[in-house]
Design a protein around this ligand. Structure first.
Ligand code: UD1
Ligand code: CA
Length: 474
């Protein structure tokens, strides 16, 4: 039985280099706030470990962060560190919230590529060394930049971490950096934290000093390099945000392909983290699929589509340049090209929605068709009903929205306007060009157009008149 762990997620830093009014961890990469990615990794790591908990250290910007966590990570306990006086001070604030766990995992809220597998490997390194009380995840980087450096002794054993701003030139040249991710035996933290001082270049309480203190106390520290150094990339600036965003989207593309989807020219395709695909789905170039979207097996998404928070079934054809937002598309449907499915669109199995059709809060039942130049808003369309070209539901009267209910097997002629609220019974036929303002019962025929007038020879006379006028220079 794995022991319970408390995860402490540090998110109280100011994030000054983002130059932003929002807390850094709420900036988005691959469509989700940075902290959501980290919470996802923490959750996956804690799965199946009863008694574990998640503590988030919040600081400046907590007015935004706390409600966000209440929505997305209600299991998290939030503690406040204000002002931020260093990572060691942040963990000190979290100590009373640790619960019963004998083990503590410390993470930062701005490392969105981190995976649960790596956390498990880090903990495994601690378990494997009975003399060790801390495991720290490191990375070997060609350019160690402003990261803290790992200093090892003559035998290659971990000695301490030195922050870049406190390091000697010799220490600065070390290529192994501290990722800021650690697994602690709780006792080591509780012994070390109260002994920290702010006697350093930043006048901060450094969590990293707890590791040096552990070594001085004779407790071993294991430092293991991460397999893929991109996993520990932190975000401190907009440039770094764009870099982790690209990496996360590439990871989403790889996951799509691993699930059996074909991505044509994947570098041109934008996927948010968490978008799912069934086998044999095909995504053409320059498509964007974001939010909580899913694409079913055998479905093809045509070039240039922009799809957000939508559920697309199996064997669907979405032709090029469609825009969808919070829509549901049933199996076997055919959509587009150039269709716009807005929020609350629900297309049943085998529905056809063609070019220049806009739908909003529209439920089209199985087999219904609206193939050309149509607006369907606040309406229900029954099974097998055919909606002709240019049909409009007049759902808005300048004050409120009204509903249109069209039954099954209805034929709506071209250029019909349905002035809502209005109900059309099953099997009714609405003549082309009609303005329908009153309910139509089942199987009725309704038209509302002006009777046609035909003048024999009138066309020829019209041309004569016009030709003569032109010749006279009029
Ligand atoms: C820290 C490490 C450094 C490591 C780097 C990895 C220390 C002293 N240094 O650097 O060795 O290479 O992480 O990214 O720990 N935070 C708080 N309260 C604070 C300060 C920070 O909650 O008072 C949070 C931040 O929000 C962030 C995390 O801690 O999530 C790391 O802080 P940051 O300032 O980015 O790291 P450094 O101190 O630069
Ligand atoms: Ca800092």
């Amino acid at each position: 039985m794995p022991v319970p762990v408390t995860v402490v997620l540090l998110a109280a830093g100011r994030g000054v280099r983002m130059k932003s009014a929002r807390p850094k961890v709420l900036h988005e990469a691959a469509g989700r706030p940075l902290i959501d990615h980290v919470v996802g990794a923490a959750r996956a790591f804690l799965e199946g470990r009863p008694g574990s908990r998640l503590v988030v250290v919040a600081g400046a910007g907590r007015e935004e962060l706390v409600p966000h966590l209440a929505r997305t990570a209600p299991e998290a306990a939030v503690v406040v560190q204000d002002p931020p006086r260093g990572t060691g001070d942040a963990v000190r604030v979290a100590l009373p919230a640790l619960g019963d766990a004998a083990r503590v995992l410390v993470l930062a809220g701005d490392v969105p590529l981190l995976t649960a597998g790596t956390l498990a490997r880090l903990e495994g390194a601690l378990d494997a060394d009975p003399s060790a009380g801390v495991a720290v995840l490191t990375a070997l980087l060609p350019d160690a930049g402003s990261y803290g450096r790992v200093v090892r002794d003559g035998n290659g054993r971990f000695a301490r971490i030195v922050e870049a701003r406190d390091a000697t030139p010799e220490e600065l040249s070390l290529g192994e950096i501290n990722s800021g991710i650690y697994v602690f035996d709780r006792a080591v933290l509780e012994r070390g934290i109260p002994r920290l001082t702010d006697d350093n270049a930043q006048k901060e309480y450094y969590l990293t000093d707890v590791l040096g203190l552990a070594v001085a106390d004779g407790t071993g520290v294991v430092a293991i390099p991460v397999d893929d150094p991109t996993e520990v990339l932190g975000v401190n600036s907009r440039l770094e945000l764009s870099e982790v965003d690209s990496l996360l989207r590439r990871r989403a593309a790889r996951a799509a392909m691993a699930a059996g989807a074909t991505l044509i020219r994947p570098d041109t395709i934008t996927l948010d983290a968490g978008v799912t695909f069934g086998p044999d789905a095909v995504v053409e170039p320059f498509v964007s699929i974001t939010g909580d979207s899913s694409v079913g097996a055998g479905t093809r998404i045509g070039q240039g589509c922009v799809i957000d928070s939508s559920t697309i079934g199996a064997s669907v054809t979405v032709r090029p340049y469609c825009v969808m937002e919070r829509a549901v598309v049933g199996d076997g449907a055919i959509v587009g090209p150039f269709a716009r499915l807005r929020e609350g669109t629900d297309l049943g199995q085998g529905v056809h929605v063609g070019n220049f059709v806009e739908t909003k809060k529209a439920r089209l039942a199985r087999g219904a068709k609206a193939n050309h130049l149509t607006y369907l808003g606040d309406c229900a369309v029954g099974e097998r009903t055919n909606v002709g070209a240019g049909v409009i539901t007049c759902n808005y009267d300048g004050y409120g929205k009204h509903h249109t209910d069209i039954g099954a097997g209805v034929f709506v002629g071209s250029d019909v306007q349905l002035v809502a609220p209005v109900t059309i019974g099953d099997g009714a036929v609405l003549g082309a060009g009609s303005t329908i303002t009153k309910d139509v019962p089942a199987d009725a025929l309704a038209t509302s157009r002006v009777p046609q007038k035909t003048i024999e020879g009138g066309g020829a006379k019209y041309r004569e008149r016009k030709t003569a006028a032109k010749a006279a220079g009029k």
